[in-house]
Design a protein around this ligand. Structure first.
Ligand SMILES: O=C(O)CCC(=O)C(=O)O
Ligand SMILES: [Fe+2]
Length: 278
């Protein structure tokens, strides 16, 4: 596949230095500075969207499903806190991640990821100093295939930013909702509580459409994917970058999210153990 047919290069000329590329970067930076979220509408072409839907449908059955109950902080319950504290609010979460080794080099997802200028463009928008591709062969590019159900409940991300490409929406529901910078100063548990119980006026809602590229700083902004309805699954591609070169997941995390771990996960974990002994 040819990247120039999949990406809307007229609007986002990521592969060519010049004024229109710079304008796209500046527009995204402005959105990110405002509330930590930039949506680059129509990043993919119509052909790009169809190719991504077709690829998602082909690999969806290979998704690894996992179910957890989680609070917004991904921490354990703390029985010393009052019952209504946000750290004690647990929600059902179901995940179905298609691991990265299901995406071939000539398929649309990897063609977009490997498009000349793609990494550089994303990095330039986010203005990140330390920016490397995730070296995890199960997780550098994945698809989240979400079916009817609770969506992805309220949480703060543990990573600095997330890069996603919307592929297909559910029949109903699935809005991306977020409370911008709600804990940028302190933890702000009162406001967080209001979001969790549905009484906050600080929540923004966006409807991502197939082909949109989203850059989101989720560490300080409480967010969720609203409950999903209908037979059609919601497909989102997630492209991962990290702060240090060569990083991979721990074997435990790989098994939890992708259902298996590879020799590289064990090797790295072993190396780390050796380093500790030294
Ligand atoms: O599926 C999405 O749109 C984003 C989900 C999310 O918040 C995350 O992966 O941390
Ligand atoms: Fe998130």
């Amino acid at each position: 596949m040819k990247y120039w047919r999949l990406i809307n290069l007229d609007r986002y000329p990521i592969d060519a230095a010049g004024v229109s590329r710079d304008e796209a970067v500046i527009a995204a930076r402005k959105e990110l500075a405002k509330d930590g979220c930039a949506v680059l509408k129509g990043f993919l072409s119509e052909e790009g969207i169809s190719a991504m839907v077709a690829e998602a449908e082909t690999v969806a059955e290979r998704a690894h499903r996992s179910f957890t109950r989680t609070n917004p902080y991904f921490t354990e319950d703390d029985p010393l806190l009052p019952k209504d504290h946000p750290k004690r609010q647990f929600f059902d979460r179901s995940n179905a991640f298609v691991p990265a080794d299901n995406f071939t080099a000539d398929g649309p997802l990897r063609t977009i990821y490997n498009a000349p200028g793609f990494d550089w463009f994303v990095r330039d928008c986010l203005q990140e100093e330390n920016f490397h591709r995730y070296a995890d062969p199960l997780a550098d590019v994945i698809i989240n295939a979400a079916e009817e159900g609770p969506g992805f409940p309220w949480h703060f991300d543990t990573n600095n930013f997330t890069v996603t490409i919307a592929i297909q929406n559910a029949e109903a529901g699935g809005a991306f909702e977020y409370a911008p910078n709600i804990r940028a100063g302190d933890e702000n548990f009162d406001d967080v509580s209001n979001v969790l119980n549905g009484t906050s006026d600080k929540v923004k809602s966006i409807n991502l459409e197939p082909g949109d590229l989203q850059l989101f700083r989720g560490r300080y902004s409480l967010h969720r994917v609203a409950p999903l309805k209908g037979k059609r699954p919601r497909y989102v591609a997630i492209v991962s970058y990290v702060e240090e070169p060569g990083m991979v997941a721990t074997p435990e995390r790989a098994r939890q999210l992708y259902g298996r771990a590879l020799p590289i996960h064990y090797e790295r974990a072993g190396l780390r153990a050796d380093a500790l002994i030294d």
